[in-house]
Design a protein around this ligand. Structure first.
Ligand code: MN
Length: 737
């Protein structure tokens, strides 16, 4: 398993390295796999590739054809289908010979031509070291792969064979290619669950990038293994005995952690080789899941488990669908060792990932698993559209090749991947922008949930919409994906601009009418044009939005628009209530509706949260629509220093919603008070959300309570009921800050 000094590592995803590989070796592999294949077709492709590559040679001096043959052989060995094998044979034909895509399409069909073209495109920039170029490479890789994942599989085989023959390149090329392999291709293999291929690519890259460190580590691990040999044999023997004793049929194997993975662990934890315990692990492969847990019970009985080291990836598979039980046990000598327990299916998925599915399903990968694996690729494609700078793109990719993510299902069965922590709104915006804007709730696995619910892997998510629903600023704090955030922000900005323009227009109209001038005439006048030009304001809309945002006040603008005579004319009864705007659309909550004839957006002020039925006052904010306060709210007096911005509002309907209000109740400090209070509130039909009691001064108690009420009437009834209680001095509703 471990190679002598100065030899590059032997890939474990390649069981035998054939020195004299022939096409027959490839055909034999296909034959023994039991998958359908057409030997004549493959032979004709091989002949075509041989003819096109002619007497081209690799740097090693071998005929070029040995490379595509090896790539095809790897693909057959990994269990992929005939098309993959064929594309492996042809993959360098467009790149390195004069053959065009059209010729391949004519000879072998559109499917093969498309895939060969895809692999070619990935390869075109692959050897350029600069970050942007790598990003470019990778973008093409992703683009191609979205149409057919087999492009990536062929590319991985190509890369592995190139890494296996890297000794013939000069050392600059070696380092460049090794780095790209480590940063781009190994993580892709990881995401596709191809653990062996990933480790092979990593170890080969490590060998070329840090040769000294590689050899040192290799020697140390070998020494360590030698020292542990008798202990390993003891554990192995006992493991077999215990499992057999429990009547469990299981295959027990033993593996040493791969060198690059050890190297990373040492660096991450800042430890030395002699402090490394889990470089080796026993693997128990059982018949079924039930036996996995039974085997776990057996080993936990036989050895003492190390606390905090048990992980159940069977119940919670990793993002790349890896499943296994992990536990660490203490051997007699006090040496910890790891045990991994899984079924045969899980084992092959753990080792081969996507390839395992390919071979099981006899060339026809399961649609759903396939979708799942594609999900992350699609996600990458999504970001790529949003990030213009290739450098930023590559950074984002590198960060995101390892994060935790969740896979969810749409009602149609599509699989969508999200970063962990994503909420229903992220889901809605992923599907369609409008669906996001109109999202009023969500059903997860058939159950109604709040928009603050984190999505979990396996969730079936259905988005509920409402036509009078629109995004609110709060949503920005609820979403996890940049897509949702930017869509919401964009909507809010557009809406705010629109709204402030509208508010500004109304404010100016009202100010002009006060002087008995028609707004239409005033706005379309020479005076107006002169004013705009003088002030450098582009047009009327610009003026309106400046007024709406409060950058200009009507009192500043109107004198410039009207003549002396008009200015001296005043409406006898300047009645702002008459001209008031009002129909207010709900803003922030479906349940709020305020009567009127305009279409300005209104929202309930956070400081006092007025109750339906309560006397309210509207205040035109600078750019955020109309805030609606309780007439009793202490903040209103401060706001109304600018009386032009006051506006009449009233309740349009009593919605079916409950509101939380905060009450301060001063009482006699006597036993049973709290019980009587809660009893009264419950009888009045109010839910108590929170209650706390304290003593303010001797003999006086203070009770703070948050209760739910439906509207002002309900609130008054509740408040009277409390006031009527014996021992209650005073009830105050708290508002303001
Ligand atoms: Mn190649």
């Amino acid at each position: 398993m471990i190679q002598p000094r100065n030899k590059r590592p032997v890939p474990q995803s390649v069981p035998i390295e054939a020195a004299e590989l022939t096409l027959d070796s490839v055909l034999e592999l296909l034959e023994s796999s039991g998958r359908p294949y057409d030997a004549e077709f493959i032979r004709s492709i091989y002949a075509f590739s041989a003819e096109k590559h002619g007497d081209q040679r690799r740097r090693s001096g071998e005929p070029y054809l040995t490379h595509p043959l090896h790539v095809a052989w790897l693909l057959a060995e990994w269990g992929f289908d005939q098309v993959c094998v064929v594309v492996g044979l042809l993959h360098d034909v467009i790149e390195d010979t004069l053959t065009t895509r059209e010729v391949i399409a004519d000879e072998f069909g559109e499917e093969v031509a498309e895939l060969v073209d895809g692999v070619t495109k990935i390869g075109q920039h692959a050897y350029v070291r600069r970050d942007d170029a790598q990003a470019e490479t990778f973008r093409k890789l992703i683009l191609a792969s979205v149409r057919d994942i087999r492009v990536i599989l062929v590319k991985l085989a190509d890369r592995l064979h190139n890494m296996m023959t890297l000794e013939h390149m000069n050392s600059d090329s070696q380092r460049r290619i090794a780095r790209e392999t480590l940063e781009i291709y190994a993580p892709i293999a990881h995401r596709l669950g191809m653990a062996k291929v990933q480790a092979d690519l990593e170890d080969l890259s490590f060998f070329y990038l840090r040769p000294g460190r590689y050899r040192e580590l290799e020697a140390k691990i070998q020494q360590k293994l030698k020292g542990a040999r008798s202990e390993i044999q003891k554990v192995d023997k006992r493991l077999k005995k215990e499992l057999a004793g429990a009547g469990l049929e299981a295959r027990i194997t033993f593996r040493v952690k791969r060198l690059y993975s050890i190297y990373q662990k040492l660096r991450r934890q800042g430890i030395e080789v002699d402090q490394l315990y889990d470089y080796l692990a026993f693997r128990i492969v059982t018949e079924d899941v039930k036996d996995c847990y039974a085997a776990l019970g057996v080993v936990h009985q036989a050895w003492q488990p190390l606390p905090g080291r048990f992980k159940d990836y069977i119940a919670m598979p990793k993002a790349n669908l890896y499943q296994s039980l992990h536990t660490t046990l203490l051997a007699e000598g006090g040496q910890p060792f790891e045990v991994q327990i899984r079924t045969r299916d899980m084992d092959s998925i753990a080792e081969e990932g996507i390839a395992a599915h390919w071979s099981y399903k006899q060339g026809k990968p399961d649609k759903r698993d396939e979708n799942r694996k594609m999900a992350w690729l699609r996600q990458v494609l999504d970001w790529q559209k949003e990030i213009a700078d290739p450098r930023a793109f590559l950074t984002a990719l590198k960060l995101d090749l390892f994060p935790d993510e969740v896979y969810t299902f749409s009602p149609g069965g599509d699989v969508l991947a999200f970063p962990r922590g994503a909420m229903p709104l992220d889901f809605a915006y992923r599907i369609h922008t409008e669906l996001g804007h109109r999202c009023s709730g969500a059903r997860v696995n058939g159950k109604l949930v709040s928009l603050k619910t984190e999505l979990q892997t396996g969730d079936r998510v259905e988005i509920l919409t409402s036509n009078n629903r629109s995004p609110s600023r709060d949503w920005l704090g609820l979403v996890k994906t940049s897509r949702a955030r930017s869509k919401i922000r964009h909507w809010l900005n557009t809406e705010q601009k629109k709204r402030s323009g509208e508010i500004g227009r109304r404010l100016l109209e009202r100010a002009v009418r006060k002087h008995k001038v028609s707004p239409k005439r005033a706005f379309d006048s020479d005076r107006m044009r002169a004013y705009l030009e003088k002030e450098g304001i582009a047009n009327l809309d610009d003026l309106f939005s400046r007024v709406g945002f409060g950058k200009l006040s009507p009192a500043q603008v109107v004198p410039r628009l009207l003549s002396e005579e008009e200015l001296s004319t005043q409406e006898e009864k300047p009645n702002k209530l008459l001209s008031a705007v009002s129909k207010m659309l709900p803003f922030g909550s479906d349940a709020i509706a305020v009567r009127g004839d305009g279409d300005m957006l209104a929202y309930l002020a956070k400081c006092c949260k007025p109750l339906p039925g309560e006397r309210i006052i509207g205040y035109i904010t600078r750019g955020r629509g109309v805030s609606v306060h309780s007439a009793e709210c202490p903040n209103v007096k401060n706001l109304l220093y600018d009386p032009e911005r006051e506006i009449e509002v009233s309740w349009a309907r009593t919605p079916n919603e409950v509101y939380s209000i905060q009450l301060e109740i001063e009482t006699e400090d006597e036993p049973g008070m709290l019980a009587r209070l809660t009893d009264t509130m419950t009888k009045a039909g109010s839910n108590i959300r929170q209650i706390s009691a304290s003593t303010r001064e001797p003999g006086k108690g203070l009770i703070d309570v948050i209760v739910e009420v439906r509207d002002q009437k309900h609130f008054e009834r509740l408040s009277h009921a409390i006031q009527d209680l014996k021992g209650v001095f005073e009830v105050t509703r708290r508002m303001g800050s």
